[in-house]
Structure formats: C-alpha cells, structure tokens
Unconditional design. Structure first.
Length: 93
C-alpha cells in the first residue's frame, strides 16, 4: 500500500487522525495525490529536525503544511482547488 492509499484508508476509518507524509522525491502529480488524500501535508525526508518538529506541530494543530522546494506555489494552488482557500490554516514552507 502506498503512502497515499494508507492516508485515504486512515482518514476514512479514523477521520480525526492528523497525517503528515514524508516524501523522498517531489513530483507534482504525486504531491497533488497526497493533498487530496486527506493528509495534513508533506515534507521532504531530508528536512532539518527543527522544521520537521514544526511541521508535526502544524499538522497536529489542524493546519495544512506543504514543503516543496521544486514546486513552491504547488501547495497553495492545490489547496485552493481542493479546500477552496489559500489563506488561514495553510502553511507553505
């Protein structure tokens, strides 16, 4: 089962669960799938410890986080399409 599939199953079975996905590569199509899966966001695996801790806190508080070096505006664009907003509880690092 992929990370995206796992996120969908978890969110279906336990909707209040907060999910942060660690990714090893940035592919715009894959990032879109992650956001639409119900995950609270994603960060790259080689993220600094402090940034990872911040990302975990952000998602735990119910906010969305999108950390993308290759596609810096991707998270905002997909969030607008998926969640209908580009501000408030969205964080793009």
């Amino acid at each position: 089962m992929s990370r995206v599939e796992a996120a969908k199953v978890i969110k279906f079975k336990i909707p209040r669960t907060k999910i942060l996905i660690l990714i090893s590569f940035e592919n715009e199509k894959y990032l879109t799938q992650i956001l639409k899966s119900g995950a609270g966001g994603y960060v790259v695996k080689n993220v600094a410890k402090a940034e990872l801790a911040d990302a975990i806190r952000t998602v735990a508080e119910g906010e969305k986080i999108f950390q993308s070096k290759r596609f810096p505006s991707h998270g905002r664009r997909v969030a607008q399409e998926t969640f209908g907003r580009t501000s408030g509880s969205l964080k793009n690092t």
